[in-house]
Design a protein around this ligand. Structure first.
Ligand code: PMP
Length: 497
């Protein structure tokens, strides 16, 4: 197998200047019995004020669904002791005792957690196209991006983003003085031909080198889209041809709910256990799995599948690039919290890879039910006339936890007179009115990548302006979801009738 390409020319000046923290380089001696370690400020674990942690979690295969009430036999009870010596030999692979978990060290994540992610990656992404892979356990995808921006970009650099991108991604880039260049999207996500057009006209002398493309390829936020595999392949080939990195930010990857069908055509969701190979083979191919050169960084997170404030995620990619990120982590976050690593590693290792897949299958099922309910509810409450004449278009997502509703402002009787034909003014008006009605939906403008000005310089079309609102079916139960959608529909009815 080949080694990943050297991409060190894409590093930021800051990353190039960073030396490994010298104190971190000697931590390896801490566990060497021949060395009396007087080298670092590592408090004795005797002074850690916890003797053990015990926990209870559901036991795979979660036969009645992941939210179902459980009896004793369907639970796993575990205990994490303070001292490594008290860990049973057969549990060592999965237990990070508190003396280790709460101590400095293992900036890349404790082996019990990191190895689980490495094995998981092999199952899901195969990882068979280049040799020198690495995985870093981190504190989630928000941080992962911060780290990538710091290590790859200098002030004034451009990155490529989806035309409608996760607003925190845009905010993080903006705060670091990194410019975002939007790639036009259609109903399937970013359009490779438009990307190629843009790259072919890119004036590197004036605008600098593009460092990376970041996208939420599966269950995008805000649009709920999933980039088809043929587009992924084309985008990957463009990254190789034009020499930039692809960052796939994939917190929603396992929420691949599939196509929405109206209730009368909908195949019944089976209560049978989904075979793991069927689940794995049915997942859209990740960029990581296509990567032959080591130019993909993949961000995974437990936020949407286990709990946002576990603050556990992981970055996968080529070793040399991840070594640069790790150097930055050593002088910033150091590592995810020891408590969190310990509890999550114990749970995951008790479940095993198979159990984790069962959990992911269960989470996907819950979101499929919620997605279907939500879209049914939109079609039930939004006046049929507005749907028929396309004043309002509902976009059923195929992955993730977001849906969007497009609204044609031209259909509003006062669009030209009262709102001066300005779609954004009208969008703001709708936003305020919807809040007054007692529901929060987020205007599309919040996700628009704005600061691209190549139009003048390179003759690339500006992305089209459109109005849409983003909602989620994640945050509330079905009753409240229906009520919220009814309120939103009421505003549409009063505005457009
Ligand atoms: N990326 C995207 C696309 C998201 O939607 C979110 C959460 N809303 C995040 C990253 C943040 O993930 P994490 O909780 O892992 O920081």
């Amino acid at each position: 197998m080949v080694l990943a390409k050297d991409l060190s020319h894409l590093l930021s000046e800051e990353a190039k200047a960073r030396r490994p923290s010298p104190l971190k380089t000697c931590i390896k001696y801490f566990n060497d019995p021949n060395i009396i370690f007087l080298g670092g400020g590592l408090p004795l674990s005797d002074y850690f004020p916890w003797f053990d942690i015990s926990g209870t979690s559901p036991k795979p295969p979660f036969a009645n669904g992941i939210g179902a009430p459980l009896n004793e036999q369907e639970l796993i009870n575990f205990k994490i002791p303070r001292d490594k010596i008290d860990v049973a030999v057969d549990e060592e692979f999965g237990t990070i005792s508190l003396d280790k978990a709460l101590q400095y060290g293992f900036s890349q994540g404790h082996p019990q957690l990191r190895n689980f992610f490495i094995e998981h990656n092999k199952i899901i992404h195969k990882m068979d196209k280049y040799e020198d892979h690495e995985v870093l356990a981190t504190i989630g995808n928000t941080w992962n991006l911060e780290s990538a921006l710091r290590c790859l970009c200098d002030k004034g650099d451009y990155i490529l983003v989806e035309q409608y991108a996760f607003s925190s991604t845009l905010a993080a880039a903006e705060a670091q003085g990194v410019k975002t260049c939007p790639i036009p999207m259609d109903a399937d996500g970013i359009i490779p031909e438009k990307l190629e057009e843009l790259l072919a006209k890119w004036d590197e002398k004036k605008l600098g080198k593009i460092k990376f493309l970041i996208l939420v390829a599966t269950g995008s936020n805000p649009k709920g889209l999933s980039l088809p595999e043929d587009r992924r392949q084309k985008v990957y080939e463009l990254a190789c041809k034009y020499d930039f990195i692809i960052i796939e930010d994939e917190p929603y990857y396992f929420l691949q709910t599939g196509q929405y069908y109206a209730a009368e055509d909908r195949p019944a969701l089976s209560d049978e256990k989904v075979p793991h190979d069927q689940f794995v083979n049915g997942l859209v191919k990740s960029f990581l799995s296509l990567d032959t050169e080591g130019r993909v960084l993949r961000f995974d997170s437990l936020s949407k599948v286990m709990g946002p404030n576990t603050r556990i995620g992981w970055i996968s990619g080529q070793k040399n690039l991840l070594a640069e990120l790790l150097k930055f982590h050593e002088v910033s976050i150091q590592s995810p919290s020891g408590f969190s690593q310990s509890i999550v590693a114990k749970t995951l290792n008790e479940w095993g890879q198979e159990g984790f897949l069962d959990w992911l299958i269960g989470v996907r099922k819950e979101y499929t039910i919620k997605r279907d309910f939500c879209i049914d509810s939109l079609y039930k409450h939004i006046p049929k006339k507005l749907l028929d004449d396309k004043t309002v278009v509902v976009n059923p997502p195929i992955a993730g936890m977001f849906f969007t509703i497009d609204i044609n402002p031209e259909a509003h009787s006062e669009f030209k007179s009262k709102y001066e034909g300005n779609a954004k003014l009208f969008e703001q008006h709708l936003f305020e009115k919807v809040i007054k009605e007692g529901v929060l939906m987020v205007p599309g403008a919040w996700f628009e990548a704005k600061d691209y000005t190549v139009t003048d310089k390179g003759g690339i079309e500006e992305p089209k302006k459109e109005i849409f609102f983003r909602g989620t079916y994640a945050a509330v139960g079905l009753d409240k979801l229906d009520q919220g959608i009814e309120r939103f529909a009421k505003v549409l009815e009063s505005e457009f009738s």
